[in-house]
Write a protein that binds this ligand. Structure first.
Ligand code: DCP
Ligand code: MG
Ligand code: MN
Length: 340
């Protein structure tokens, strides 16, 4: 999103940014949150520069760029490449790691176990490993689930859900969230919030799980369920699965988040993201002695000696996205501006 980030190919640091971005994507795929964050921050800093940063010393003097990243910036400027990036591309074990981490619901622990056991291909896993049902689906549709979805296709998937829901109960509302709401030209999955005025989460849950999902299975639109949850699950009430348009053979990942009206503001912030923006706005809430999660903004949360949460605290605001920004003293940011 060039408008929001200020990035353009004319940026004097465009080439540096491009290589750092590839490295960042690599760490993101490796689920290395710290390095991903460090790279994203330094990229944000570089995008704001109006002159070309050519030495490690110059780079290290800028905000959010540590000495090791500064050295890499100098290396890129001097050699037009980054050895570390070239190495990870060629390292056969890194290729396997990326492959396995691309399976839905599979993390670093599982991946390392498989690699230690000697598995190197998806076929190894299919023929030798003990897999959950979700992992089997994730492997069978590995290619589909790891390809980007253009905005128009996201809209088509969204419309199927929205129209089906309208027929079941016209009061229900479904909205496309995630990177789509931030204006991305393509996305990794289709994220949607489902809500209904004056309706409890339990009732929303019943409508979605007993009517909407079965109906969409019957029409052939929904293909598989990967994760489901009960109402009031602290991790959120959700359905994760796969959908497919009648005009296509490609299965897409779809995430539905079920939200009661009084929590819509907090849920909109959470499900718009991005994840880094969420982390920074939550940290800011903590600094103001509040807690922001996907259900609301709370104050007077009691914490124990090791900073663990002892009580929920008092709800300050949950319903309105704008109001949560206001209470936190954060100037409003349009979804497309919430990219860190
Ligand atoms: N989210 C978060 N922390 C996470 C995962 C998700 O705060 N660890 C929030 C922010 C994300 C939103 O949920 O924007 C949707 O999650 P996705 O994984 O679907 O990410 P995006 O939609 O942002 O990107 P993509 O295009 O890869 O799906
Ligand atoms: Mg998404
Ligand atoms: Mn998602």
């Amino acid at each position: 999103n060039p408008g929001a980030s200020g990035y353009s190919p004319q940026n004097p640091n465009a080439r540096t940014i491009q290589i750092l971005d590839e490295m960042c994507k690599h760490y993101d795929q490796m689920q290395d949150q710290w390095r991903t964050l460090a790279y994203r921050k330094s990229i944000t800093t570089l995008k704001k520069q109006t002159t070309k940063i050519t030495t490690a010393r110059q780079a290290a003097a800028l905000p959010f760029i540590g000495s090791r990243l500064a050295d890499k910036i100098e290396e890129i400027v001097l050699t037009d490449r980054l050895r570390k990036l070239d190495n990870t591309r060629d390292d056969p074990l890194d290729v396997v790691l990326r492959l396995f981490l691309g399976i839905y619901g599979v993390g670093l622990v599982q991946t390392s176990k498989w690699i230690q056991t000697g598995y190197r291909t998806l076929e190894d896993l299919q023929t030798k490993a003990k897999l959950t049902e979700s992992q089997k689906i994730g492997i069978e549709h590995h290619h589909d689930f790891n390809s980007r979805i253009p905005r128009t296709e996201i809209e088509a998937h969204g419309a199927v859900v929205i129209n089906a829901l309208k027929k079941i109960d016209p009061e229900f509302k479904a909205t496309i969230m995630g990177s789509y709401r931030r204006g991305a030209k393509d996305s990794g999955d289709i994220d949607m919030i489902i809500t209904c005025p004056d309706t409890s989460l339990a009732a929303i849950h019943a409508t979605v799980f007993e009517e909407l999902v079965p109906h969409l299975y019957k029409t052939g639109f929904l293909k598989a369920s990967l994760t489901t949850s009960r109402p009031n699950d602290p991790a959120g009430t959700k359905w994760h699965g796969a959908s497919c348009l009648p005009t296509s053979k490609v299965w897409r990942r779809m995430d539905l988040l079920l939200v009661p009206e009084e929590e819509m503001g907090a849920a909109l912030i959470y499900f718009t993201g991005n994840d880094i923006f969420n982390r920074s706005i939550r940290l800011l809430a903590r600094k103001k002695n509040m807690v922001l999660n996907q259900r609301g903004l709370y104050r007077d949360v009691k914490r124990g000696r090791r900073d663990e949460k002892l009580s929920e605290g008092v709800l300050v605001e949950g319903r309105s996205e704008k109001k949560i920004f206001e209470v936190l003293g954060v100037p409003w940011r349009e979804p497309h501006e919430r990219v860190c």
